[in-house]
Design a protein. Structure first.
Length: 163
């Protein structure tokens, strides 16, 4: 089970890194857009909150204790939250920068479409990492849960009759 622990640590580090990148890029946009209506910035505020929660939970659950695997339902919830954030950001771009997964027009100047596509990409990667982390936790819990034993009851084989 050491392999599961190593995979869990790698996933938590990736979740932490991806959430930090999304929080930084999205926070930069929110700082530049101050003075706008919070209603207009709702999807960005939601993404920032999801990134903050992801950073918090990734740090808390980074240590490979057995109790970190039983949080797979919360990993699944955070994964769904990241997928919602990804969808909201893709909907907000709605073709202004071209197709979302078209990386031909992305440069290193840090402004514009490249920054937004990076935010969308890291939100998607974070959602995938949280989903895989939930599946690893579910696998660990399933492997550790003993099967119930029913004493006194034996199932008849299908080929044996009662007579």
């Amino acid at each position: 089970m050491i392999l599961v622990d190593i995979i869990s640590i790698i996933l938590r580090l990736a979740e932490l890194a991806f959430a930090t990148i999304v929080a930084a890029l999205n926070g930069r946009f929110l700082h530049a857009a101050r003075g706008n209506s919070p209603w207009d910035l709702g999807r960005h505020i939601y993404t920032e909150v999801v990134a903050g929660l992801s950073i918090l939970f990734a740090i808390v659950w980074l240590f490979p204790f057995s109790s970190s695997f039983i949080h797979w339902p919360m990993d699944l919830v955070i994964s769904v939250m990241w997928f919602v954030s990804f969808g909201l950001l893709v909907n907000w771009l709605h073709g202004v920068c071209g197709y979302v997964f078209d990386w031909d027009n992305v440069g290193f100047n840090g402004v514009g479409c490249g920054e937004w596509k990076a935010t969308v990409a890291f939100a998607f990667l974070s959602a995938i990492c949280w989903l895989v982390s939930a599946l690893v936790g579910l696998y660990w819990v399933h492997r550790r849960t003993p099967a119930p034993v029913d004493a006194g009851y034996r199932r008849r084989r299908w080929y044996r009759s009662r007579f």
